[in-house]
Design a protein around this ligand. Structure first.
Ligand SMILES: [Zn+2]
Length: 163
């Protein structure tokens, strides 16, 4: 899913769980549940070549990722700004971050050398991440479905954040 969706849902999960530590753990795990649902997403394939082709080659995707990430937090800021309640924004922000983190870990893997303990860990993590993700071999779902599933997840999350 879009990073923005992961951030908004992660924040909502953290915000809706009474125990903050459990909430943050669940925010992290929410990533995999969302990935499981067929959805539309943009390709980050060029990032795999960041080491060989350089940052300039990856810039268009990196800009998209930054925009996507920023959009997620912008939505959280707007909710905080319009809310009359005292919001534990640190918990929201951290929940959002953890909700998106698995994709960030995949990105780290593209940057790392292929050996070493950290790479081994990132490799295993990434393999598991891919395994849980809905099977893209059969292609992405039609856009109207891929966007609807995402919109439902985000709207539900906003409901839990606002009310
Ligand atoms: Zn993912």
């Amino acid at each position: 899913m879009l990073l923005a969706s992961h951030i908004i849902v992660g924040a909502a999960v953290a915000a809706s769980t009474p125990n903050i530590f459990l909430g943050l753990l669940l925010a992290f795990l929410s990533h995999f549940i969302l990935d499981r649902i067929p959805h539309s997403e943009y390709s980050v394939e060029p990032l795999k070549q960041i080491k060989t082709r350089g940052i300039k080659y990856c810039m268009p995707i990196l800009q998209r990722v930054a925009l996507d990430f920023g959009a997620g937090y912008l939505v959280l800021f707007i909710v905080v700004a319009i809310s009359k309640e005292n919001i534990p924004f640190a918990a929201w922000a951290l929940g959002g971050f953890l909700g998106a983190l698995p994709d960030g870990m995949s990105f780290l893997l593209f940057l790392k050398q292929k050996n070493g303990l950290v790479s081994k860990f990132l490799n295993s993590f990434s393999a598991l991440h891919q395994k849980i993700h809905f099977d893209k071999k059969m292609g992405l779902p039609p856009l109207r479905i891929g966007l609807s599933t995402q919109a439902i997840a985000v709207l539900l999350a906003l409901y839990f954040l606002i009310f």
